[in-house]
Design a protein around this ligand. Structure first.
Ligand SMILES: [Cu+2]
Length: 155
């Protein structure tokens, strides 16, 4: 390939990045928890690596659920409870982990059964208005890590 071409491309990309300033978030190891048929809700987990400036994850959308919320867990008198959060702050250069027992994307009112291995489309919306579409496979999660194996409850 010609060097001038590469230089031009690099310049162009540089200009675009400066102009748009869209969130530069790398989504790693995304997956959706497999749930039994008829289960009312599930959750999506992933790692969000912020390669750009500080930005917040403010919303998530998916066609498989009636509503999608950002949640976190808190300890409340020895009980783990889920709480909706308005945003998930991502820091420049850092990786924020969404995992069982921690931050997660809650999908409430499932419209269809989830089959292990099936891909679920999720649209992530950031505080700068940009969106990122991801495709997360449905995966079985062993729930014994939380001691007792019961699902954390909403209040
Ligand atoms: Cu939740």
């Amino acid at each position: 390939m010609q060097k001038t071409r590469l230089t031009m491309l690099a310049t162009l990309l540089g200009l675009m990045a400066t102009a748009a300033r869209a969130a530069d978030v790398e989504v790693l190891d995304a997956y959706v928890r497999a749930v039994p048929p008829g289960a009312p809700a599930t959750a999506a987990f992933m790692q969000l690596k912020d390669n750009g400036e500080d930005v917040d994850l403010v919303k998530a959308h998916s066609d498989i659920a009636e509503s999608v919320e950002l949640h976190t867990h808190i300890h409340d008198g020895g009980v783990m409870r889920m709480r909706p959060i308005k945003k998930l702050e991502l820091k420049k250069g850092e990786t924020t982990v969404l995992q069982p027992g921690g931050h997660h994307i809650m999908m409430i009112g499932l419209k269809q059964p989830l089959t292990v291995g099936e891909k679920v489309d999720i649209d992530l919306e950031f505080s700068d208005g940009s969106h990122q579409k991801i495709s997360a496979p449905v995966r079985k999660i062993e729930m014994n890590m939380m001691g007792g194996g019961h699902m954390p409850s909403h209040e």
